[in-house]
Design a protein around this ligand. Structure first.
Ligand SMILES: [Zn+2]
Length: 265
């Protein structure tokens, strides 16, 4: 038995006609009214429900509720001249491929808790990450994860993705969660006499007020950044099984929804 599932409304097009362009406005409207029970419909101004190949699929609407994908799909199917449609129950967007294994085995998925010991960027902007335990990972620029990684050195993270066959940067990162942010900012306190800004005096450990000249040994102020975050790919970069962030908390819902009619497969 699956523990999670989603629905997809798939509409088919006449094969002897050219693929119509589905208007952003139509998709945005339905995305607004059916979210979060449908997902990955649009990303900024990009329509994501339309395939680009020569296949007979006109569009696919994915979601956790068969009623929501039906409402949205049915409208679009009529408007864009579909010849038929069907709703499938699928494992799309469920993270079914995610592994709990920490071991890096080629072609398998891995999920690992490590400390980031180094982050470098290559000339294409891909982030090359060194993890504790001599493991390495790469976060490709187009996924939109890599820019989150600056300032993460020393942080404890959970990373997951696919393990490549060889090469130094063996984990292809699909997502990242910061479990502990080690970054702490150290600041000088304000002057206890006048409230002015203070600066260090040489190496003595003394601080001197820039405004009134007061000098003293005062404790520094430590400001932890406390940046815990989940970094996921941009919506346009999601692959088949990757779970969109908007589905978090909806897992398993599809299995408990009564199916409307016999047309759900
Ligand atoms: Zn002062």
């Amino acid at each position: 038995m699956p523990v999670d599932a989603t629905y997809e409304f798939i509409a088919y097009r006449p094969e002897d006609e050219e693929r119509p362009i589905i208007e952003l406005g139509d998709v945005r409207l339905w995305d607004d009214v059916t979210g979060p029970f449908t997902f990955l419909n649009i990303y900024n101004d990009q329509v994501l429900i339309e395939p680009h190949g020569p296949d007979p699929v006109l569009f696919g609407v994915r979601g956790d509720s068969p009623y929501h994908v039906l409402a949205m799909g049915n409208y679009l199917a009529s408007k864009y001249n579909a010849i038929g449609w069907i709703i499938y129950m699928t494992n799309q967007g469920t993270d079914e491929h995610r592994s709990r294994m920490g071991e890096f085995i080629p072609y398998r998925n891995a999920d690992s808790i490590s400390t980031i010991t180094d982050v470098a960027f290559d000339e294409q902007g891909h982030a090359l990450i060194t993890l504790s335990g001599k493991r390495r990972a790469i976060a490709y620029r187009h996924l939109g994860i890599s820019r989150e990684l600056t300032g993460c050195i020393g942080c404890l993270v959970q990373v997951w993705g696919g393990v490549k066959q060889d090469g130094d940067f063996s984990l292809y990162m699909e997502g990242l969660r910061v479990l502990h942010d080690r970054y702490v900012e150290v600041r000088n306190p304000r002057c206890p006499i006048c409230g002015g800004p203070m600066e260090s005096v040489g190496r003595s450990g003394l601080l001197r007020c820039k405004r009134c000249g007061f000098q003293g040994k005062l404790p520094k102020i430590l400001i932890p950044r406390n940046r815990w975050f989940l970094a996921s790919p941009k919506a346009s970069e999601y692959r088949h099984l990757m779970k969109p962030v908007t589905r978090i908390g909806l897992e398993g819902l599809a299995l408990y929804m009564p199916k409307p009619f016999l047309w759900v497969y």
